[in-house]
Design a protein around this ligand. Structure first.
Ligand SMILES: Nc1ncnc2c1ncn2[C@@H]1O[C@H](COP(=O)(O)OP(=O)(O)OP(=O)(O)O)[C@@H](O)[C@H]1O
Ligand SMILES: [Mg+2]
Length: 297
């Protein structure tokens, strides 16, 4: 079963193509990560897929509903936007009730509110004014309002932006809790550690998909080699490495210089700068590599 399927879905504003014809397939039940730099077109894609924004071209189905029927799409999906919008002058329970009442029969509302409070551990905050919640709990409530009517596909636009590491981890636990119940989650993030948690990811830049696959497929498909270099003077080592032919990029991470190179030819030269070891590619390498290639295209 496909949760999301699009054919040449696109969005243009005037002459600017913000999302180029996009053909995307997301199997049901997975956490799908949609990654890309600022302005890549992530929010625009989500808004089209959630029936909020009319595409300029193309077709698609989301949770079995055609995008040509936005009301049907909206009833089957949940969308927590980038701003984590909630009504600050309503309590947590009132926010959930308000949203549930838009889509559910009156008799179903209270049960749905209670289920959502439980699934997101929001129970203790039930009667708390949403405007007084911390950022992490407001995000959680925003996700709550997106799932309270029981959607099968959930769109989360940067759900963890601005959260501390513990709040981020807790929120990811909650996200996995949702998929355990069969919900498909389509999530955007700028955090590469979060991208690693997704079962499949797509990289988008300038409105175009550059790559799609499991994090492991993307890592292993990457050309070149990567090293970590320890040296007494990290800055000097960084600059020396950057001068070398065959070195594509170098930057300091913690107490090491991380280097990407075209091939092993530079190994001898690099090892004269300090203690060198080969390291595996991570998703950040994939992201940087594709963003660079995409920018040149
Ligand atoms: N209503 C609009 N009119 C014209 N251009 C727009 C409009 N909405 C978005 N854009 C442009 O479309 C591009 C993609 O924007 P979008 O918000 O989808 O990016 P994003 O990937 O979500 O970025 P971020 O990571 O910063 O949230 C941007 O260049 C933006 O300026
Ligand atoms: Mg965005």
């Amino acid at each position: 079963m496909k949760a999301i399927e699009t054919h040449d879905l696109s969005k243009r504003y005037g002459k600017t193509e913000v999302v180029a014809p996009l053909s995307l397939t997301v199997p049901a039940g997975m956490v799908f990560g949609y990654l890309g730099p600022n302005g890549a077109g992530k929010t625009t894609t989500i808004r089209m897929l959630s029936g909020v924004l009319t595409p300029s071209g193309g077709t698609g189905t989301v949770a079995g509903a055609p995008l040509s029927d936005p009301d049907a799409v909206k009833a089957r999906i949940g969308y927590a936007n980038q701003a984590a919008s909630v009504y600050g002058d309503l309590t947590v329970a009132e926010n959930l009730r308000f949203k549930a009442a838009l889509y559910l029969a009156p008799a179903e509302v209270e049960g749905a509110v209670n289920d959502t409070l439980e699934r997101l551990s929001l129970g203790p905050w039930r009667n708390y004014l949403a405007g007084r919640l911390s950022g992490g709990w407001r995000q959680r409530l925003s996700i709550g309002t997106a799932i309270v009517h029981g959607p099968s596909v959930l769109f989360l636009d940067e759900p963890t932006a601005g959260l501390d590491p513990v709040a981020r981890r807790d929120l990811w636990d909650a996200i996995y809790g949702l998929t355990a119940l069969g919900t498909t989650v389509f999530v955007t993030t700028h955090y590469m550690d979060e991208a690693e948690r997704c079962q499949e990811v797509a990289l988008i830049s300038g409105g175009k998909i550059l790559a799609q696959g499991t994090p492991e497929q993307l890592r292993s498909g990457l050309a070149g080699v990567r090293y970590a270099l320890q040296a007494g003077d990290l800055n000097a080592a960084l600059h020396a490495a950057r001068q070398m032919r065959g070195v594509e990029g170098a930057w300091i991470i913690g107490d090491e210089v991380r280097i990407t190179a075209k091939g092993r030819e530079v190994e001898g030269e690099l090892s004269r700068l300090g203690t060198l070891r080969a390291v595996p590619a991570n998703l950040e390498d994939v992201f940087v590599s594709y963003a660079r290639a995409g920018g040149r295209a």
